[in-house]
Design a protein around this ligand. Structure first.
Ligand code: NAD
Length: 260
């Protein structure tokens, strides 16, 4: 049962993470929201969840580039709401350039937020999940955890890395009631993608909708973006009892991007 279970969702002030937070809150989870917002704005988002769904909620703006901040993020979530039963590693950033031009500090930032931060949150949440004999770890990877695209060296490396991390954590916890899975979305309708569309529109002198369709169909056979709430529904299924033997997987939700 999801009753009184607590979910910590990193990067949940926007986009996919916020979509997941709404679906889980509606289903009865208590929620720790997290992201790079000033405390009053983040607290306001957490209050919205409480008002709308009657759940408990808290907010943290720990910067995932700092390992000690991540220990505090997990500790604060456990203190505020009692436990972390579901961990969703969702926060992520993008930077694009060919490898020979890729700024090393951007490589470090993308690997730090998209991969190492997930190791640190898992490292800090597993002991209590193991003691409780129940847990769900869901890593929001990407189709770029399964296949590559040009100019995304750090992102593709981080996402392939998190798929590998997912498998190890799954294997290590098969007898402890804890599953660990990765979700691999194609294009999802979020601010992160809106920024890429606007860049391509400006570069190609296109209007936004033309650039949007060109971006989607350049990679994805189905000419439609996935909605953040659909990722939330998949997370909710992975939290269910029906999914208890589903572990160590990397699940595409990608309009047939990786079917080709
Ligand atoms: P977004 O830009 O809308 O949200 C990113 C979130 O991460 C925000 O809450 C932000 O505050 C947080 N964040 C970023 N840097 C941080 C840091 N240093 N410390 C703490 N928090 C930080 O992005 P989105 O599109 O919702 O993407 C969410 C996840 O889904 C990412 O891991 C992304 O790689 C993945 N993804 C997105 C798509 C897509 O099409 N949008 C596709 C596949 C995978």
């Amino acid at each position: 049962s999801v009753k009184n279970r607590v979910a910590l969702i990193t990067g949940s002030t926007s986009g996919i993470g916020l979509g997941i937070a709404h679906v889980l809150a509606e289903a009865g989870f208590h929620i720790t929201l997290h992201g790079l917002l000033p405390m009053p704005e983040g607290e306001a988002l957490a209050a919205e969840l409480r008002d709308k769904y009657g759940c408990k909620s808290s907010f943290s703006n720990a910067d995932l580039r700092a390992g000690d901040a991540i220990a505090a993020l997990v500790g604060d979530a456990q203190d505020a709401l009692g436990s972390v039963d579901v961990l969703v590693n969702n926060a992520g950033i993008q930077f694009t350039a060919p490898a020979q031009e890729f700024p090393p500090q951007q490589w470090d930032a993308v690997i730090g937020v998209n991969l190492s931060a997930a190791f640190h949150t898992i490292h800090h949440t597993l002991p209590a999940m193991q003691a409780a004999g129940w847990g769900r770890i869901i890593n929001i990877a990407s189709v770029h955890g399964l296949v590559a695209s040009v100019n995304k060296a750090a992102y593709v490396a981080a996402k392939h890395g998190i798929v590998g991390l997912t498998k190890v954590v799954a294997l290590e916890n098969v007898e402890r009631g804890i599953t660990c899975n990765a979700i691999c979305p194609g294009w999802v309708d979020t601010p992160l993608i809106a920024r890429q569309i606007q860049q391509q529109a400006d570069a190609g002198n296109l209007d936004y909708d033309e650039a949007r369709l060109a971006l989607i169909t350049g990679k994805q056979p189905m000419p439609e973006m996935t909605q953040p709430s659909s990722i939330g529904q998949l997370v909710l299924f992975l939290c269910s009892d029906a999914a208890r033997t589903m572990t160590g997987t990397a699940l595409p939700i990608d309009g047939a991007w990786t079917a080709q």
